[in-house]
Design a protein around this ligand. Structure first.
Ligand code: SF4
Length: 241
């Protein structure tokens, strides 16, 4: 199947699905917990556990890091390997608190994104996808998240999905303006596409990335100078670029 243009694919996906408003979470702390719990786990199960943690006031690392690991593990039951995830969450929570985390992304603003990413990757239980999801969706840093849906879509378009995580990430980041909102929406749109069209049996005829489809009549223009909530993406004609 034909290779994709990374910018044009965003236009097609955004034109088809519209904004996705990720990540589903009320606060940065809730997003961080979700990033750990969702590893190899259905989101519906994660939501149930987050709801229960929220009711007990345990979303805050200042609270959950005080719990013994076994007790936290019991609170995470239903999220796959919950004992392991309890350990991962404790590691991550302690790391964030050591760094001065208050629940506000600004509390880590003294650290640049590369340094923060390097440190997050040293926390046991935090791999590249989890680290980048935390950076992008909880801390509002402009990094692109690569997941299994991204790899599958790239693989089917002969775009080197077997490459190392960082190389796939670079493929997107080199082709796009460095912008948190754009990376946020793009990753979420690839997930939407993977779920709806690019499953085990791809439905290319209906998919907005199908090579035989035309670009949307009304293409999407991205404005890197705007930010989330301020209409970062607008519809219009490509000729207006
Ligand atoms: S379903 Fe869509 S993304 Fe998947 S291979 Fe077909 S056109 Fe590409």
């Amino acid at each position: 199947m034909q290779r994709l243009s990374i910018p044009e694919s965003f236009e097609r996906l955004y034109g088809h699905f519209g904004p996705q408003h990720w990540w589903p979470g009320d606060t940065p702390d809730e997003v961080i917990v979700g990033c750990v719990l969702t590893q190899n786990t259905r989101w519906e199960n994660v939501e149930r556990v987050i709801e229960s943690l929220r009711e007990r006031g345990l979303i805050d690392p200042r609270r959950y890091t005080k719990l013994p690991r076994e007790e936290l593990a019991l609170r995470l039951r239903g999220c796959g390997t919950y004992r392991q995830k309890a350990e991962y969450l404790l590691n991550l929570g302690k790391y964030l608190l050591d760094r001065g985390w208050t629940g506000d992304p600004d509390s880590l603003s003294a650290m640049d994104t590369d340094a923060l990413r390097k440190e997050l990757l040293t926390v046991r239980g935090v791999g590249p996808e989890t680290a980048d999801s935390i950076l992008l969706y909880a801390l509002q840093r402009p990094v692109f998240v690569v997941d299994a849906y991204t790899r599958r879509i790239l693989a089917r378009h002969n775009m080197g999905a077997d490459q190392h995580y960082d190389r796939i990430q670079r493929l997107f980041m080199d082709a796009l303006p460095t912008d948190t909102y754009l990376f946020n929406e793009y990753h979420a749109l690839l997930v939407a596409c993977g779920k709806q069209y690019c499953g085990k049996r791809p439905q290319c005829d209906e998919c907005p990335l199908g090579s035989d489809l035309q670009k949307p009549d009304r293409a999407v223009i991205f404005h890197p100078d705007r930010r989330r909530g301020a209409g970062a993406v607008e519809r219009g004609g490509l000729e207006n670029r």
